[in-house]
Design a protein around this ligand. Sequence first.
Ligand SMILES: C[S@@+](CC[C@H](N)C(=O)[O-])C[C@H]1O[C@@H](n2cnc3c(N)ncnc32)[C@H](O)[C@@H]1O
Length: 415
Amino acid sequence: MKVLKNLYIKKLLYGGYGLAQAEGKSLMVEYSLPGEMVEAEVYKEKKDYALARASRIILPSSVRRNAPCPYYGRCGGCQLQHMQYQNQIRVKEEMLLETLERIGKIKLNGVEPTLHSEEFGYRVRVQFKVQENKLGFFERRSHNIVEIDHCLLLHPSLNHLIPSLKEMVKKLKTDEVHVVYSPHEDEFLVKLIVEDLPQKEKIKRLMETILPKNVVGVGVYKGGKVYSLGRDFTFVKVGKYRYRVSIDSFLQANYLLWDKFVQHAIPEGRFERGLELHCGIGFFSLPLAQRCHFLMAYDKNRSAIRDAEYNAKMNAVSNVSFDHTSSLEALKRHASEVIDLVFLDPPRSGLSEGEASLIVKNRPRELVYVSCEPTTLARDLKVFIKGGYKLLSLRMIDNFPNTYHIEAIAHLRLE
Ligand SMILES: C[S@@+](CC[C@H](N)C(=O)[O-])C[C@H]1O[C@@H](n2cnc3c(N)ncnc32)[C@H](O)[C@@H]1O
């Protein structure tokens, strides 16, 4: 493998790579930090850039630390553990601003203060990979598994469940195990993605003999869901609201930031008719309905919409309607109506061109865009700004400490 010496790392790029220059090309170096001098092994060469991994730190950064996790460097889950946490926040803010400028041509002087939590123990939702009875996560850049006994990002209760899960997968042909934990009910939902379909009786026996009592439901999936035992849902609390969340619905992963997330994403002021796309279980919808005379909320996931409808009833929120419809269909449906707020929380792919342009055509007074992918956020904000919107604020919420992932809340108003 080619080794390059004395590389100066100029800055960190989105993805967690340090940027250096060598042999007339840009070099993206894993496990390096800005300001460092490193030696790196090149593992992929393209015409105008190369990818490398720091093999020796010649001059370390003052914000470098020994990664607390024993699997760091092999496991693909974390990319920034070798940097002190407060500095991770600062570099992510820079990455967000840089991405907005590069892709969206949006130049901002700064972002609102980032919302953050403890850097470990925050995840209540996890997807383990399984291979030859080994349970863990994919290695960086590969589909081989790093077997783990614990993961520092997980809620401690999820870590306590790992030995039972390992015992269980030894008795099944499983590809993946997904777990959702409710910190309020202290209970788990488990989803098994299997290669060979086990008899229901077998799963029942394993639940009784191996899994703790607070695993309240196990679903078995091969392609889609085949059957489930016990309960399909649990409950969580965010602010004053209680939510039912089913195993097939999306749940925000960082429970330590749930309250702050809602408080900061819900805009001030009053709205007549709000339109929310990607509403999931109603995580934002219930508090958002308080600001609206009426809120229409949509998601393409049927399970999430069932939860959202249940959640509105359970919390006595009556001025919101939910429908199992894609965001494009929902926008077409309301195209000629007067709407004064659109609230968006799309997956990483962001909005389609059609969706963004339908929003601009409708001209709602305000937009809130919650994003987990800065590149698509930048692309979509560019369309809104061109369409006459002003970016009022941009705030990062560090939902995924120690990883490169960036979540942000953008608030826009029609000029
Ligand atoms: C990041 S999650 C956010 C969910 C919810 N806002 C929350 O905070 O729990 C994105 C949601 O978008 C939904 N989704 C993805 N593509 C969609 C589409 N084309 N139309 C409608 N909903 C979509 C997913 O089902 C998922 O619930």
